[in-house]
Write a protein that binds this ligand. Structure first.
Ligand code: NAD
Length: 509
């Protein structure tokens, strides 16, 4: 499909307004231009949300909430079902836009939209299962139970690397829970945000629902701050760097708001002597070079048993020779560009740090030049022999740089795996039951995600997604992650004719 046709089918123009309440777009703040990292061409421009625009959005959202919170949850689920159906129709176009604006392979762009469809399906079922518990009261003729009520406005701040899926992980659940959403997508991928808003706006209009159920604001961190500082926004769900999460977490805590933080990772794969070579190589290479190393779950460290170290080192270096880098919309390519030139600088700087420290570079990195690479954002995936404690290994560089290191005992491997500030995803490649169980035990991986014989990236929506330590502790998507989008209320009902007090306290008038 031609880019022009893709943009047209998603309702995108060369000039767009970046603030929206449902399908009503407005605002005339500073312009934001979106350039594709694929070919450096301008995709379009949009406007930043001003304080005045933001007030209009919040008022519309509060108005919508008054209606939405008392709409039966299964009816809310029906709206999400229709949204999922519309995403099915738009999958090809939206997937291609993700690939073109963000730079990930077309397969991964389509996969991202599939994830949106999947979470909608999950949320539809959930809309009939927002269960609370019933407890036995210690007092006679009393009944006690808990129920979950909608929170209000959910403010979603998202990163560039999942420009559409993260929004829907939050919105699909928040909407069935009875909340309304205001989304500030990444300023690096504004066209994806507008395309998503156009899709949901159609559904809201067709169903005659309040437009303020889904709102969009656009801009950089300053626009994000309008929400993080605003006590009317009950929950801030923020996805991005640990640096951002530290600021957002403190700002929202200051006003006793709720946060759901999904921050940086530093994910490792432990390769044991019994690992299956083919499974391991496929998982390791996809984990390290997929999305050009720009997934929060990208594999950044391989921790390899000394007895198989040389064998795996050679195999992975050879496997890297087969990685095809180029236009991500061409399905023959495995890896597209980095998001922008700043990302390229960070990548080069980290490689320089490793070189300055005397580390051995097993596969040389560098920026690709020449035909097809004119945007200056295409880099070579790089492999470096490293020690876990080195400063550049301890930080997350959002690029295809893979560190490899050795271990002697499984205890040591787990210690290395856990020995970083982040705690998102981890995996062990083994056919030894004792090793895998130790890795999954309370004394094993300290991450939110711990896998066996699959890579660190590529989670399914059915499980709760998120990580510990500097990854922020949040959980979104499946399992009972929905509870963060609701407030819990404990109800005790007395159907007797006296007032017995709990703990046997006597108080007679
Ligand atoms: P980023 O932190 O630069 O920006 C993320 C979002 O936060 C953007 O929308 C940005 O405008 C906003 N923002 C930044 N500072 C803010 C502030 N002070 N107040 C309010 N909003 C603010 O991240 P990025 O470069 O877009 O994305 C890459 C990072 O995201 C990586 O660290 C990656 O690991 C992380 N990430 C984590 C997950 C996860 O689920 N754990 C998923 C995707 C990405």
């Amino acid at each position: 499909m031609q880019i022009e046709n893709i943009l047209q089918s998603l309702g995108l123009n060369s000039e767009n307004q970046g603030t929206a309440v449902g399908g009503r777009f407005f605002g005339s703040g500073n312009k934001i231009h979106s350039f594709s990292p694929v070919d450096a061409k301008k995709i379009g421009s949009t406007s930043s949300t001003t304080q005045q625009d933001y007030e209009e959005v919040v008022n519309a959202a509060l108005e919508a909430f008054a209606v939405w919170r008392t709409t039966p949850a299964p009816v809310r689920g029906d709206m999400v079902r229709k949204f999922g159906d519309r995403l099915r129709e738009k999958k090809a176009a939206l997937g291609a836009l993700v690939s073109y604006e963000m730079g990930k392979s077309l397969q991964e762009g389509l996969g991202e939209v599939q994830e949106m469809i999947d979470i909608c399906e999950f949320a539809v079922g959930l809309s009939r299962q927002l269960y609370g518990l019933t407890m036995h009261s210690e007092r006679p003729s009393h009944r006690m139970y808990e129920q979950y009520h909608p929170l209000g406005i959910v403010g979603i701040i998202s990163a560039f690397n999942f420009p559409v899926a993260v929004w829907s992980w939050n919105t699909a659940l928040a909407w069935v829970c009875g909340d309304v959403c205001i989304w500030k997508g990444s300023e690096k991928t504004p066209m994806c945000s507008i395309a998503c808003q156009n899709i949901i706006a159609e559904i809201l209009q067709e169903e005659g629902l309040p437009a303020g159920i889904s709102c969009l604001i656009t801009g950089d961190y300053k626009v994000g701050e309008l929400m993080t500082k605003d006590h009317r926004v009950a929950l801030i769900s923020a996805t991005g760097s640990t640096r951002m999460g530290r600021i957002v977490g403190q700002t929202v805590a200051e006003r006793f708001g709720k946060t759901l933080l999904e921050l940086g990772g530093n994910n490792a794969m432990i390769i044991t002597p019994s690992a299956d070579m083919k499974v391991t190589l496929t998982a390791a290479v996809f984990g390290a070079v997929g999305t050009a190393g720009q997934r929060c779950t990208s594999t950044r460290r391989l921790i390899i048993h000394t007895s198989v170290y040389e064998k795996y080192k050679e195999a992975i270096v050879n496997a890297y020779k087969q990685v095809r880098i180029g236009n991500p919309l061409d399905e023959n390519n495995h890896m597209g560009p980095l998001i922008d030139k700043d990302a390229v600088s960070n990548y080069l700087q980290t490689i320089e740090e490793a070189k300055a420290a005397g580390n051995t570079i097993l596969v040389e990195g560098g920026v690709l030049e020449g035909a097809g690479y004119e945007s200056g954002c295409y880099v070579k995936p790089c492999i470096i022999e490293a020690q876990n404690h080195q400063a550049f290994v301890q930080k997350e560089t959002f690029a295809p740089i893979l560190y490899i290191m050795t271990y002697e005992s499984i205890d040591e491997a787990i210690e290395l795996q856990n020995g970083v500030p982040q705690g998102l995803s981890s995996t062990i490649m083994t056919n030894d039951l004792r090793e895998s169980e130790q890795f999954l035990s309370a004394a094993g991986s300290d991450c939110g995600i711990a896998n066996v014989n699959i890579g660190t990236s590529g989670a399914e929506i059915g499980g709760a997604f998120g990580g510990e330590k500097e990854t922020g502790g949040g959980r979104e998507s499946g399992s009972d992650a929905w509870k963060i989008y609701m407030r819990r209320q404990t109800n005790t009902i007395n159907y007797g004719r006296s007032v017995p007090l709990a703990q046997g306290i006597k108080f007679d008038l």
